[in-house]
Design a binder for this molecule. Structure first.
Ligand SMILES: *Cc1c(COP(=O)(O)O)cnc(C)c1O
Length: 224
């Protein structure tokens, strides 16, 4: 299976669903990203600022770039001119810096709030209480940031019951935020969950954005 074949297989699998594919191209060269682009893929995800800013100018301007990895406040400025969606908002400080940089470039940046849903201590993300406090403090001041939903990374496991429970938790957070803070806001509509190993379960649990790398591009040359 080529990259183009893989993209077409995902297009088929997702057609008629409410879920879209973010092709996670981290560690892969621009030539391979272009193969996916030529097969019709437009949403791409990278997890490192330096890699994203190196690749973006080499590739077509209509790509919708998603930053999916942990983002340090002092690096927002490098991606603010072009990034479409930052999926990894995990603090008020970061949210405010995205607002500041988006204003500077007179553009809108879409963001997702990343929640901690997995067992692993190492994975970043907000708790429910942190997200609630953040939105109370911040939501009104945001003019250049559109909060569009939630993102989460499940535990790396084959246990389907556990995956379902974690994805269900994230969907629950989405629904509570929608009711409490975004009831009249059509922009708040994304649940980003599901990767190569667990995207089918994620779709069944209500994912609207799956982030898939190795199932499209093959194994990564170095861990990321
Ligand atoms: C790398 C990565 C993915 C894709 O992982 P695969 O298992 O290769 O599909 C998805 N989400 C995040 C946040 C990642 O860092």
């Amino acid at each position: 299976m080529s990259i183009a074949d893989n993209i077409r297989a995902f297009q088929q699998e997702l057609s008629g669903t409410n879920c879209r594919l973010v092709a996670v191209s981290k560690t892969h060269p621009v030539e391979l990203i272009r193969e996916a682009y030529d097969a019709g893929q437009r949403l791409f995800g990278e997890n490192r600022v330096q890699e994203l800013t190196a690749k973006q100018p080499e590739l077509p301007a209509d790509i919708e770039w998603h930053l999916i990895g942990h983002l340090q406040t002092n690096k927002v400025k490098y991606i603010a001119p072009f990034v479409h969606t930052i999926q990894s908002i995990d603090s008020l400080k970061l949210l405010q810096e995205v607002e500041r940089q988006a204003a500077k470039h007179q553009r809108q940046i879409r963001v997702l709030l990343q929640f901690h849903i997995a067992d692993e201590e190492t994975k970043f993300g907000l708790s429910w209480a942190e997200a609630e406090a953040m939105l109370r403090d911040a939501a009104q001041q945001l003019q250049h940031v559109r909060i569009a939903g939630v993102m989460g990374i499940a535990t790396n496991t084959d246990d389907e019951g556990k995956l379902r429970q974690e994805f269900g938790t994230l969907r629950g957070y989405f629904e509570r935020l929608k009711a409490d803070f975004f009831a009249d806001n059509q922009d708040f509509n994304e649940i980003s969950m599901g990767m190569s190993g667990d995207y089918r379960v994620a779709i069944e649990e209500g994912s609207t954005l799956i982030r898939v790398g190795s199932a499209i591009f093959g194994h990564r040359a170095y861990p990321a």
